[in-house]
Design a protein around this ligand. Sequence first.
Ligand SMILES: [Zn+2]
Length: 500
Amino acid sequence: MHKEALTDRGIVALTIAAIGAMIIIGIAQPAVAQRTTSEEIIRGIIEQVSPLQHPVGDTLQPIRGSRLTGWLPEDDDEAREVLLALNERGVSLFANWRVGNDDARAFALRLGRLQQELGLAVSVHATSAMTGFFNGDESTFHVAEDGSTYSWQLHGARKMGCAFRLDERAEAIRGQWQDLVNAYSEAGLTLDWVSMDWYSDGPVEWNESWEASKRCVVCRENVAGIEHFGTFQQALRTLRGELQRECAVKVVQAQFPDVLIGNWAVAPHDGWRYWFDFYETIPEGVPIRTEQLAEYRPWADEFSHTGYTYANPTCYPWDDMYAWYPEFDTDFRWFYMLMKAGTNAARNMPTDLPMITWVKWRPTPVRGEKEPAPAMSLEVYREFLAHQLLRGGDGFMMWSRAEEAVDEVAAIAPVLDEALRWRDFLEEGEPVLFELANRPTTVVSALRLGDRLLVRRTDFEDRPFPVTRVIDGMRVKIPHRPGEFFVMDICAGGGVRTTE
Ligand SMILES: [Zn+2]
């Protein structure tokens, strides 16, 4: 009936790419290139990514990703070797749970058993368990004045309906989660990690949603002031958060109280959204803020209603967002929009809650009808990753196309390795700088531990001299040391002494 969201993204990109390829090369040619297999990706990572000098241990989360799943050697000893080799490179597999699919279930439980035997986190990606609120049943549709029912489309074929007619579906979804939890529990496994990419199902306020809801008698009964977008949005985001808490989080925590569980793009924020997913449009009449050609949308709190135990912000270079900042060069365009999205979560994070960020280096041509936008340099992408860690990040997840997966992991791993030299800062340090000037100049991030700072400074113009930042009321001079983490003492009187 439905396609689970993780796969959806891939199918959209691939299908569009395939259509584009057929148009360009003609139908006599093979329409779809040979896909990179999961085995090729996993073996490719082991061959091409060096083991970390400083293991992630319990300090950071290993890299997990949409393509880091789906294959293990059949022999258990060989499978353990693969899992350990990945772990040495700062990478973890997760199982991709699929409701009703026995093969996926068997793979998940086998991966979980091997992970548990090796002392690795038992990890599952469970979008499928959360999916199906809007299952096409008329009982989930909006209701017009005359009693007729109707749905709307967000993207794909799913018939989106009425946020306030989902009680029965919530029971069914809760059952899907209970089935997942029971499977792990009955196999004697502890579930340590649950991620999701659940985004285009359940209450969503974008595209046609607001218009559809304003015409619905059930929505009007449930949202006083529905004509105000902010009121409507907060009502839907609150409900969306509660559905995640009641159907997923509570069910998993009842059996596995220490689980790390979160969902794509659900994170604290400042009330504004500085990025678009590829299928989203702004409803007419929504108040927006603009910067150059970017349009920022209001965003209501969802995270605090979910009970999620990690925040999962999204920092992606969607290719059509490349046009947003024409005043900047390619590197700073991407850096700026990724930092803007990442910092929005970072500076609004509650203390002591992990923040694991969805990232990607190269833009994905999801719309396919044009050449992909140019990518940022690897060097500048790594600067972004470094800043995100020093703004409180605890690790990275990545969605990518199959053929990009090895390169995307190889882009991230060295940054983890370098940062992990300062394990004490990553574990105990407090992020103290969240600045981001709206022009290409100097960007500084730092974790403070007592009277010391772990610093990353990136310069987008030639400024080979110390810059001053105010940290907890003290003026601190940050030396020019591009392209590396460094530790410095905070000295009385604003002086500075850097140390190794
Ligand atoms: Zn409705």
